[in-house]
Ligand binder design. Sequence first.
Ligand SMILES: [Zn+2]
Length: 162
Amino acid sequence: MNELPFRIGHGYDLHRLETGRRLILGGIEIPHEKGLLGHSDADCLAHALADAILGALGLPDIGHYFPDDLAENEGMNSMKILAKAVEECLLRGYSIGNVDLTILAQKPKMAPYIESIKKSLSRTLKVQPSQVGIKATTNEELGPIGREEGIAAFAVCLLSKK
Ligand SMILES: [Zn+2]
């Protein structure tokens, strides 16, 4: 099983939007009147992507590696979580082929930040920015995301045996 030439992974994450928090997505701070609530910096994009990579490897999710009841993880930069997933991937002899991400946010507009997020994630993933796809969509004002109560992210990744 460990010799599979390719492994596909999927991740999903959602955090609540609250005033008085910074909005961090993919390691980039985005100016907004609200930010994501969580034990770490609540970067749902980094969390979904880390879970996709760990899932592709058949490993437990990020809560296993970074429990949210540990004081040392409070306010943590989630790029550390993503870096841990990448480390597990490389340790097992896989490299990251490509990743594709979707951000679900009613506000703010993500378009101005997509390139910075792509660069930030590609650095931590140790890949070229062209291996990182990022799309953003609103929720057409429907449901909790449409009401700006939270921001969610979906991630898929393909790992290939080195
Ligand atoms: Zn999360």
